[in-house]
Design a protein around this ligand. Structure first.
Ligand code: HEC
Ligand code: HEC
Ligand code: HEC
Ligand code: HEC
Length: 419
């Protein structure tokens, strides 16, 4: 008899866990804002928990969607530059956002330097989702004005001249907002403006166009934890580097809920987006971008094995440290040919005499003695005539950066590799 209550409790818990998620009774809409990735398609993974990335974003988006009544907006600036690798990222992001079911992807003045040819391929990969209203007409088909459910969406850059190549006529953000409001009223839709511009620009436009329902702007740092309004206009941003998304709920009285969702490891990698991301890594590998990293002339490296006969204690400590398998760590993530990762996970990538590839230079395929002590072939042949310079904390700095090793503290870290 005494067992009855605890058992009932377990049954109830079980039922609660199995209950289907409650669907809203009135036709509410889920509006999910992301963007301003600037090339950060994946969390670097150097420390946990790291936030962000398209693979997690897809899972979170799925969980927060209301099926067909979902609007997914990306405020653009997909890549962080125009290099070959950034071009690949821009294409990968466009493809991934299509797979995610994005409603509109802003093609901003920061995306414009990628050029017309790439914009065309991105437009195809995105399934025709790239939007700007800052230019009208022209050779490349960037979309304008997207309508879905109760919304009409336009996209504007504060510096439209950067987009001049993409259309016949450039429009100021103010003109875009004016047009949007007029058309939204005619179609009885709520006007949403995707803005490649700052908070100050968003406030200016919200003040001048009080009928806008929402302005998504751009910022550094994280999105504000609470919704901000100027009059009736909701201002929102997804923050920088694709670390967060913002989820809004639209009901009969307008936007009624605002939540910032930080893309931590609680969101599993979406399998479809993971495949797209793995293809990107394969392209990076096949294009051999690693061979293109700038290198300078240095004296020769010897490899950590060469030090072992004379420095047994140091060798033992090093072999059991994380440094000794730093490239293997990247291999498990298929990132071992990515120039954005390899420099800190091998020996001497910055030198003409250092790491080339695991096959050509297996003796440098980890963070070796010479990652900290510098090239030491001469020293290992004749130590007395080639003493090495003293090294200290500054030897760690190029790799243990605030981004890749935020908890770095020399005293603590040195203790773990002291020799
Ligand atoms: C600027 C140097 C640098 C770059 C670039 C870099 N890493 Fe790292 N990585 C580190 C350092 C330093 C650590 C150790 C961090 C710590 O423990 O404080 C590390 C650790 C890791 C770990 C181990 C994490 C763990 O908890 O065991 C993984 C995985 C990793 N990096 C993956 C990557 C990937 C993938 C990239 C490229 C997208 C990358 N790294 C780029 C320096 C770098
Ligand atoms: C043939 C033996 C030998 C080899 C091989 C050798 N060393 Fe040395 N190393 C020495 C000797 C001897 C000293 C001087 C020790 C002293 O003065 O206390 C030394 C000193 C050092 C020092 C202290 C700074 C200095 O130069 O006085 C460092 C650091 C060092 N070695 C790193 C390395 C590294 C890294 C390698 C492999 C690339 C290496 N050594 C290979 C023999 C060797
Ligand atoms: C060439 C880049 C590089 C340099 C220089 C470097 N590290 Fe590292 N360090 C790494 C990487 C990469 C990792 C992660 C390796 C892995 O887990 O695969 C790491 C990991 C570590 C770890 C293990 C962290 C953990 O949580 O297990 C310690 C400790 C450490 N480094 C200390 C230092 C210290 C102290 C210095 C300077 C004296 C230094 N490192 C210099 C790249 C570097
Ligand atoms: C993560 C960076 C790092 C790596 C990897 C590393 N060292 Fe060092 N090593 C240091 C630093 C920093 C010092 C200086 C410590 C000090 O002055 O207290 C040092 C000191 C030394 C010394 C001088 C010790 C003394 O008593 O003065 C030798 C010899 C040496 N290292 C050899 C090696 C060899 C051999 C390897 C590879 C098996 C290696 N180190 C790997 C950072 C590193």
């Amino acid at each position: 008899v005494k067992l009855w209550w605890p058992l009932a409790g377990i049954t109830l818990l079980g039922l609660a866990a199995w209950a289907p998620p409650t669907k809203p009774k009135v036709a509410k809409w889920s509006v999910i804002l992301g963007g301003d990735m600037d090339g950060y398609l994946s969390p670097c993974g150097c420390t946990s928990p790291m936030t962000g990335g398209l693979r997690r974003r897809a899972t979170a988006t799925q969980e927060l969607s209301f099926g067909d009544r979902t609007v997914i907006l990306d405020n653009g600036s997909l890549a962080g530059g125009t290099s070959t690798q950034e071009q690949m990222k821009a294409q990968t992001a466009a493809e991934a956002l299509r797979a995610m079911g994005a409603t509109a992807i802003h093609f901003t003045s920061a995306d414009a330097p990628l050029g017309q040819g790439l914009a065309l391929s991105m437009q195809a990969l995105s399934g025709n989702r790239l939007v700007t209203d800052s230019v009208q007409g022209g050779s490349v088909t960037l979309k304008q004005l997207v309508e879905k459910g109760p919304f009409l969406v336009s996209a504007a850059s504060t510096d439209p001249t950067a987009l001049a190549n993409f259309g016949g006529q450039t429009l100021s953000d103010d003109q875009v907002a004016t047009d949007l409001v007029v058309k939204a009223q005619a179609r009885q839709r709520a006007p949403i403006l995707l803005l490649h511009g700052s908070h100050v620009d968003a406030v200016r436009l919200a003040t001048a166009h009080p009928k806008l329902a929402l302005i998504q702007y751009r910022t550094t740092g994280n999105p504000p934890p609470k919704a901000e309004r100027v009059g009736n206009v909701l201002l929102a941003t997804a923050g920088e580097h694709g670390k967060s998304i913002v989820r809004l709920i639209w009901g009969p009285k307008g936007f009624e809920a605002y939540a910032v969702v930080s893309l931590g490891p609680q969101f599993a990698d979406d399998p479809k987006i993971s495949r797209i991301y793995d293809n990107y890594l394969k392209r990076v590998d096949q294009a051999n971008l690693l061979a293109e990293v700038p290198r300078r002339e240095t004296v020769a490296f010897a490899g950590s094995k060469a030090c072992a006969p004379c420095h047994q204690t140091a060798t033992k400590v090093w072999q059991s440290s994380a440094h000794a398998h730093a490239l293997a760590t990247l291999e498990t993530k298929h990132e071992d040919r990515d120039p954005e990762c390899v420099p800190c996970h091998v020996t001497g990538l910055e030198s003409t005499r250092g790491f080339m590839s695991k096959q050509e230079t297996p003796q440098f395929a980890f963070v070796g003695c010479e990652s900290c002590h510098g090239p030491a072939l001469d020293h290992s042949k004749s130590p007395a005539t080639n003493p090495l310079p003293k090294v200290g904390e500054s030897a760690c700095a190029p790799c243990h950066t605030s981004l890749n090793s935020p908890n770095f503290d020399f005293a603590k870290y040195w203790k773990r590799v002291q020799h």
